[in-house]
Design a protein around this ligand. Structure first.
Ligand SMILES: Cc1cc2nc3c(=O)[nH]c(=O)nc-3n(C[C@H](O)[C@H](O)[C@H](O)COP(=O)(O)OP(=O)(O)OC[C@H]3O[C@@H](n4cnc5c(N)ncnc54)[C@H](O)[C@@H]3O)c2cc1C
Ligand SMILES: Cc1cc2nc3c(=O)[nH]c(=O)nc-3n(C[C@H](O)[C@H](O)[C@H](O)COP(=O)(O)O)c2cc1C
Length: 580
């Protein structure tokens, strides 16, 4: 763009020079320059030593994110970029680090919040979330706010945390200026639209430039090194014995060229395909069998198993099915969905549907995350995964998890697998001289294999202590030889194991923590980092409770003081979780 015309009262080379500067300037820079020059004129042509006051300070925008696997965090950064372009001064805060009192100073506030567990806040955000919901939360009178909620319609408590935060901010006196949007797993487009709207609404007219229209529908630029890549499976081994009732696959992946630049604690997203037998049955009961193009599409790219409330509503609306409508009208649909899949809806309330209706009942097939179980410093350009095949019965049907069975049953050595690096800087190793305590029953052990390999490769002097648990010593001791080796060469200092089905009484990792409580508290008092990975429903909570009880017992603390001791570890980022 050449804003200075050839007719301007300057020499030709001066016009070129000005255009080189002004032509590439942002609206904020142009506004500043205009104000600055006007200021000089107003002062009689004298350059007064106050040019900074000519620029209007950018209006602040506080962006808080509550995130576990990084989606909300990434959106917070997208929002900040867009806000900055519009002359706002964004300040991004992880909810984990937020002091609520600071919110009272905010003029404009956006919260981007994910829901985890069964309608719970992301682990790191629990403390702040509880304070926000608690009686002593500060008033937020007049603060303009908007909430973007992230979730998954497969869960009964869809976007529960975003919804509750939105209500709470209003109850505390905040002024909702952007309506909440609840995003499903395919959040890219709705989230980008919401960000576009939010920035428009939250930008005051005097924000140091005019509002720029940004193409929020455009695909966001990929973070370097996180593209989807094809890996080759070079090892595909069941680590459980043939007499175990579990199947946990160890996968070694190789890459054309270098492996994605992962660090211990990161995961890989695996892009799986559906079970063709399931898709065939689904197409048969919908009357769509024989359509090969549709079959391929549904195997490769649609989520054909999840049954959400939204899908039930769409089914009722599109088919007009009397009984499904009655189920919704009676408020029983949510309850009916539990333990069922899309195939149950159509099999129970059969009606012929067209391809478009079936497509409308499904969402894009989402990848599944798996912790990386190796360190590049030990395995070079490979990445290892540990994947437990999910199989269970419910409502009279045998069910199989999509991705875990794709890998366990339909992939073998030599096959390809599409994966994408999912970095997790919140579950990283500390400096090498720090002690680490790792609690990882079942597949929760995976990232700790990466930790131990990394510590060996870097000859880290810090001590490391691993707690592992599974069903039986003989059939389910995942990576047993690795741990024995690591204990021998010193990469692992100690290991405690809990096998729940070896003895009449059940023993879990939390029992081992309790048994070892004196040394545990000693390690933590000496600055050790505490890591938990694996089951979020029961294990992670039981482990935390065990640690609180350990503090209370070893240090003779009241339950409240012991809770504060563990909270302090969380605040110091020495209690880290990656649970699912
Ligand atoms: C950050 C992160 C790291 C992870 N790391 C690992 C890892 O290292 N190894 C690993 O194996 N997994 C890991 N997971 C879990 C993994 O991503 C998948 O969720 C898991 O493999 C199941 O995926 P699936 O496609 O096989 O099953 P899906 O098709 O997604 O089915 C799973 C669903 O089935 C239902 N379900 C499962 N069991 C039962 C039951 N007994 N009764 C009733 N309903 C049930 C639940 O609704 C569940 O959500 C991780 C998850 C996250 C978020
Ligand atoms: C173990 C697990 C539990 C989850 N629980 C819920 C839930 O109860 N309700 C919901 O709406 N979404 C749930 N989700 C979906 C997440 O909210 C969703 O993946 C979101 O994009 C994550 O955002 P984040 O990366 O910022 O943490 C869950 C996801 C996982 C892996």
């Amino acid at each position: 763009m050449s804003p200075i015309p050839k007719t301007a009262p300057f020499a030709e080379e001066e016009i070129d020079l000005l255009n080189r500067v002004v032509g590439t300037a942002s609206p904020i820079q142009r506004a500043w320059l205009a104000g600055f020059l006007a200021g000089i004129d107003a002062s009689g042509g004298v350059l007064l030593p106050q040019p900074a006051t000519q620029a209007r300070p950018a209006e602040p925008l506080t962006i808080v994110y509550a995130s576990e696997s990084g989606n909300s965090e990434k959106l917070a950064s997208d929002l900040a970029k867009a806000a900055r372009k519009n002359g706002l001064k964004p300040n991004i805060v992880d909810m984990a680090d937020l002091e609520l009192a600071a919110l009272t100073e905010a003029k404009r506030l956006v919260i981007i919040a994910a829901t985890w567990g069964e309608g719970e806040p992301p682990a790191r955000s629990v403390r702040t979330y509880n304070e926000l919901m608690g009686e002593s939360a500060p008033r937020l009178d007049g603060i303009e706010f908007g909430v973007l909620a992230l979730g998954d319609t497969a869960y009964a408590e869809f976007c529960a945390i975003g919804k509750k935060i939105d209500e709470r901010l209003a109850a505390l006196g905040g002024k909702r200026v952007v309506d909440r949007v609840d995003c499903d797993l395919d959040f890219t487009e709705p989230a980008a639209r919401w960000i576009g709207d939010a920035v428009k609404v939250l930008t005051p007219p005097n924000a140091g430039g005019r509002v720029i229209e940004v193409d929020f529908g455009a695909k966001p630029a990929a973070v370097p090194g996180t593209d989807i890549v094809e890996a080759k499976i070079i090892e595909h081994v069941d680590l459980n014995s043939s007499r175990s009732d579990k199947e946990t696959m160890h996968l070694a992946l190789s890459f054309e060229g270098s492996a994605p630049a992962y660090e211990p604690g990161d995961s890989l997203d695996v892009y799986a395909e559906n079970d063709p037998a399931y898709v065939d049955e689904l197409l048969k009961i919908t009357g769509l069998a024989g359509n090969d193009k549709l079959r391929t599409e549904f195997i490769k790219s649609r989520d054909v198993t999840t049954l959400s409330l939204k899908a039930v509503e769409i089914y009722a609306e599109r088919t007009g099915h009397h009984y499904v409508k009655a189920l919704i009208a009676a408020g029983q649909a949510k309850e009916w969905i539990a333990g069922r899949q899309l195939i149950d809806l159509i099999a129970t309330f059969p009606i012929a549907i067209d391809a478009e209706t079936l497509r409308a009942l499904t969402r894009p097939l989402a990848p599944r995350a798996y912790s990386i179980a190796s360190s590049r410093r030990e395995v070079g350009d490979e990445a290892h995964l540990l994947i437990s095949a999910v199989r269970y019965d419910s409502r009279g049907r045998a069910r199989k998890g999509v991705a875990s069975n794709y890998v366990a049953e339909r992939r073998k050595r030599g096959d390809r697998l599409r994966v994408r690096l999912k970095p997790n800087k919140h579950f990283a190793l500390p400096a090498g001289d720090k002690d680490i305590i790792m609690v990882g029953p079942g597949t929760g052990i995976a990232p700790f294999r990466a930790f131990v390999q990394e510590r060996r490769a870097t000859q880290a002097p810090g001590r490391s202590w691993l707690f592992f648990g599974d069903r039986t010593f003989t059939h389910d001791f995942l990576y047993q030889l690795d741990w024995q080796e690591a204990l021998k060469d010193g990469a692992l200092t100690r290991m405690d194991v809990a096998f729940s089905r070896d003895r009449p009484e059940k023993v879990y990792v939390q029992h081992k923590l309790w048994e070892r409580r004196v040394e545990l508290v000693e390690w933590l008092d000496g600055g050790a980092y505490f890591y938990v990975c694996g089951d979020a429903k029961a294990m992670a909570k039981d482990v935390r409770n065990a640690l609180v009880r350990a503090y209370a017992d070893v240090k003779a603390l009241s339950p409240v003081a012991a809770e504060q001791a563990v909270s302090a570890l969380e605040r110091e980022k020495r209690y880290l979780q990656d649970v699912y």
